[in-house]
Design a protein around this ligand. Sequence first.
Ligand code: CLF
Ligand code: SF4
Length: 297
Amino acid sequence: MTSEEYRVANIHGRDVPWDPSQLRQIQEHPCFSVDACHAFGRMHLAVAPKCNIQCNYCVREFDCVNESRPGVTSQVLSPEEAIQRVRDVIVDFPYVKVIGIAGPGEPLYNEETFETLRLVADEFPYMIKCMSSNGLLLPEKVDLLHELGVSNMTVTLNAVDPDIGKEIYSFVNYHGKKYTGREAAEILLENQLKGLARCVELGMITKVNTVLIPTINDHHIIDVAKKIKEIGIYLQNIMALIPQYKFADIVPPTMAEKRAMQDKCGKITRQMTHCRQCRADAIGRLGKDVQEKYHHQ
Ligand code: CLF
Ligand code: SF4
């Protein structure tokens, strides 16, 4: 390893250096690099309305809260409308470097996600492509995502023990069959871990979102951090529960409690601490969203 490669690997906490394209996928991505979030923006394409699981903290009239601010409903776009939105945004806001699909439901459960990615790959090959998923369909879709140019992948992983997972998920709808209880949690977990391992194998830049749910998984988040370290995930994003649906009566963690958990897990694996819980149609720099400009269109 040259000294420059060593420096770069060291900054990003790897034993082996990232290649230059991977470095760009970190350094120009506002979620994966805290430095990038001041300079670069992302745009979400809200093309995926349906979801295949039920998280006990999600009211499905709104956006997927695994990566969104609860209570927000994004306008769903067709793939063609989404591409037109990209054309407009990169002219209006050239600092937008990342195209993400994060809902409003589960991206991998909506064929429109793949149609959109194909159109994006043809017309905007240089943009960084990002996705956030619950992971249920990841093992069967990850190679296709990689082919279509998705470089940055997030999976929401709230538990690595199905006995805890069964408290978080009401059901999983997998290949036309509805599963509940421990069985549902087992299927989901197995697929999340398998899919993430393949992402790492393919050289994708990976992130795990973990919702901190007091009394349900707060004592277990450290095990999640250990597991993601073991499989080589780049970043963990611990998010505070916003109580609704079946978890409406749970007292959410305070900012200080969330911070303490991030500090604790930070000793095991790299932490994201600047997440803004975006809408599924967010556009702009994190915390400086500009999507209203397009809402009348
Ligand atoms: Fe979007 Fe998510 Fe990609 Fe970022 S958001 S799909 S990784 S481009 Fe970022 Fe927003 Fe937090 Fe998500 S601040 S909610 S972590
Ligand atoms: Fe809601 Fe997202 Fe969970 Fe689906 S994966 S139930 S949209 S939070």
